[in-house]
Design a protein around this ligand. Structure first.
Ligand code: CMX
Length: 133
C-alpha cells in the first residue's frame, strides 16, 4: 500500500475556541476555520504544519466518538491519520492481513477527504485513520 505521509494528528478537545489559544495564538499555526462533519458527530479545525496538519476535534454530541474518548481518557491525541494513494486498495490489503477495520468502506471526512478507521485493538492501541484526498 502506498502511504504518502502523516496527513494529520487528530486531537480531542472540549472546545476548539479554547484549544485554538495554544495551537494558533501561542504556537502561531495558521487557522483554517471549522467544519462540522455531522455523520461523525464532530466539529473539526485544521492548523497546517509544514506538509501535515493538526486537527482539533470537538464533539457535537455527548454520545459521539470524541466525547466518549474524552470521558474515558481526557483531552489529547485521539488518532493518527495517514494519507494513502488508494484507500480501497489499502483497506483490501489490511483486510487480507487480518487487521480489524472499523470502516469496511470509506466514508466522508472533513475537507472532502475519503476516510476509514482501523480499530485500536489491531494497531497496538492507536486509532489509525486512512485518508485519501
Ligand atoms: N485511541 C486508542 N484507543 C481507543 C480510542 C482511541 N481514539 N478510542 C477507543 N479506544 C479503545 C478503548 O479504550 C477501548 O479499549 P479497552 O477495551 O482496552 O478499554 C477500545 O478501544 C474500545 O473502545 P470502546 O469504548 O469499547 O468503544 P467505543 O464505543 O468508544 O468505540 C472506536 C471505539 C475506536 C471503535 C470508535 O471511537 C470509533 O469508531 N472511532 C472512529 C471514528 C472517530 O473517532 N471519529 C472522530 C474523528 C472524526 C474525523 O477525524 O473526521
Amino acid at each position: 500500500m502506498d502511504i504518502l505521509k502523516i496527513d494529520h494528528l487528530g486531537i480531542a478537545v472540549n472546545s476548539i475556541a479554547e484549544g485554538k489559544k495554544f495551537w494558533s495564538d501561542i504556537l502561531g499555526l495558521g487557522f483554517e476555520g471549522t467544519e462540522t462533519v455531522t455523520e461523525q458527530k464532530v466539529t473539526t479545525a485544521f492548523f497546517p504544519v509544514g506538509d501535515s496538519e493538526v486537527e482539533l476535534l470537538e464533539s457535537t454530541s455527548p454520545n459521539g466518538a470524541v466525547a466518549k474518548y474524552i470521558a474515558k481518557r481526557g483531552e489529547g491525541i485521539q488518532h493518527v491519520a495517514f494519507r494513502v494513494k488508494n484507500i480501497e486498495a489499502a483497506l483490501n490489503e489490511l483486510r487480507k492481513k487480518g487487521v480489524q477495520l472499523i470502516d469496511e468502506t470509506p466514508r466522508h471526512g472533513a475537507g472532502g477527504a475519503r476516510i476509514a478507521f482501523l480499530h485500536p485493538k489491531s494497531t497496538g492501541g492507536v486509532l489509525v485513520e486512512l485518508c485519501e484526498r
